[in-house]
Design a protein around this ligand. Structure first.
Ligand code: AMP
Ligand code: ZN
Length: 475
């Protein structure tokens, strides 16, 4: 029986999807102006474990995740610049080009971390007609108002606005900022549509609308995509904890005013990764990219680091996280190697352990996805395997299969060849080539030829050319 902590009720609740056997899940995706940082990657890895586990339990899961490629402003109060346009200007490129580049890099990171791709990943800009349609409904129903080509959602019209965030509306208002958007009627109101003209500046990404040329407000895309691809009510909606105060209350207000139905049954929020105890964020420039870490340690080790803690506990990213991940990956590989090398014996003591590890693993993940507990069950199992190599070979192989299956739910794929081997080989080859170059410079051809011949025996071919020495590993 799976239980999920629902932010709306602040309680763990028994999970029951709307339609038996099917789960509709939406997760807030990347604002594609910068690289995926390790905080984003942890949130996406957390949803990946949720989805893989639901699939393991036999659900047919349909997952939608957006790409924000317009409308996310640098300031939450609808005042700042568009993050994409700002960065494109800085890099002196077209915003569409920036978005395209970032999306390609995004997929490479997602694939390297072995995060399953969503069933659909729509771009906000692909749904402008749908957004305009929803704004028209909100205007018609009296939930929105237009001022000078901007359209705002009127939060005073929606009963329970801010319930998810447990916003104490009066207290918040008392802290109101002075640089509020002067066109808004109420403090919490937010933009659904923004006029493309701001002073003498024109927003580059703009579309025709009944309110003139403009572009959508950031919160709208998630409501529109959720309703379009998943229906009026979603089973699960996920995002980082930063979305609790504003983005998600706004999504609820928009969607529920249109449909008159509950928008989401289970709200899940992932805690943040911090760096030296400070929020890791692109806008603060305080972050480590997923790409740097993958290049340095390989996707498997980074992924292990990302899934080792509970998704609702904050993680401070320090060298210990990678160190522990390395040790755990090595421990698993060692066990898999021991199984391969073992001739097997006559014992069958592992049968019971195979059953037990699955039970403990499921119990842990059923309890609001307690990854550390589920991993602890796996490490316990590994200890048992290591001391039971005298079991029949077929049982050892069954233990191996179980291990690989359960690790697979964390997105830890131990069936692929060791990625790190390539990284280490690169480093090693740099050293060997440097030594050989030195030998050639010193005209010590005996050494340089010996290195070349020995490498050939191991399947590595060396070629000397005008641009230096190249090497290639034969398959
Ligand atoms: P963004 O590209 O900033 O819109 O963020 C994409 C996703 O990553 C959202 O679900 C955010 O809530 C999440 N996120 C942003 N920063 C962090 C962080 N430091 N730790 C964990 N998740 C984060
Ligand atoms: Zn969203």
């Amino acid at each position: 029986m799976l239980k999920i902590y629902n932010t709306m009720t602040r309680q763990k609740e028994l999970f029951k999807p709307l339609e038996e056997g099917r789960v509709r899940i939406y997760t807030c995706g990347q604002t594609v102006y910068d690289d995926v940082h390790i905080g984003n990657a942890r949130t996406y890895s957390s949803w990946d474990v949720v989805i893989r586990y639901l699939r393991y339990k036999g659900y047919n899961v349909f997952h939608v995740q957006n790409f924000t490629d317009v409308g996310h402003l640098t300031d939450d109060a609808d005042q700042g610049e568009d993050k994409i346009e700002k960065r494109a200007k800085e890099e002196k490129i077209n915003p569409w080009e920036l978005v395209d580049k970032q999306i390609q890099e995004y997929w490479q990171v997602i694939d390297d971390l072995n995060i399953q791709r969503p069933n659909i990943s729509p771009r906000a800009t692909a749904l402008i007609p749908d957004m305009i349609e929803i704004i028209e409904i909100l205007l018609e129903k009296g939930y929105a108002y237009e001022v000078q080509g901007n359209v705002y959602y009127d939060t005073t019209k929606f009963k329970d606005y801010g319930k998810l965030a447990k916003l104490k509306l009066d207290e918040e208002k008392a802290r109101a900022r002075v640089d509020q958007d002067p066109l808004k009627k109420n403090y919490f109101d937010f933009a659904l549509w923004l006029n493309a003209r701001k002073g003498d500046q024109m927003h580059m990404m703009r579309w025709n609308s009944p309110w003139g040329e403009g572009y959508p407000g950031w919160h709208l895309e998630c409501s529109v995509m959720g309703m379009k691809y998943l229906g009026d009510t979603l089973d699960i909606h996920g995002g980082g904890i930063d979305h609790i105060p504003t983005h998600h209350p706004n999504e609820i207000a928009q969607s529920e005013s249109v449909t008159g139905k509950k928008f989401v049954n289970y709200w899940m929020h992932a805690e943040f990764i911090t760096l030296n105890s400070k929020k890791m964020s692109k806008s603060l420039g305080n972050y480590v990219t997923a790409r740097e870490l993958i290049n340095e340690h390989g996707g498997l080790i980074v992924r292990m680091g990302l899934v080792s803690a509970h998704y609702r506990s904050a993680v401070d990213w320090n060298p210990d996280v990678i160190e522990n991940a390395k040790n755990n990956v090595a421990k698993i590989r060692n066990c898999l190697n021991l199984i391969t090398q073992s001739q097997g014996g006559r014992e069958n003591t592992l049968e019971g352990e195979i059953k037990l590890v699955r039970e403990d693993f499921e119990k842990a993940l059923d309890d609001d996805f307690n990854n550390p507990k589920a991993l602890a069950a796996i490490y316990e199992f590994i200890k048992k395997i290591n001391s039971s190599l005298d079991n029949k070979k077929e049982i050892l192989l069954k233990a191996r299969e179980t291990l690989l299956e359960l690790l697979g739910i964390f997105g830890l794929d131990f069936t692929k060849k060791e990625e790190n081997a390539d990284i280490k080989l690169n480093e090693l080859m740099d050293i060997i080539i440097e030594i050989r170059d030195k030998a050639r410079k010193d005209k010590n051809y005996e050494i340089s030829d010996k290195i070349r011949n020995k490498l050939r025996e191991t399947g590595i071919i060396i070629e000397d050319g005008p641009e230096g020495t190249r090497w290639e590993k034969l398959m």
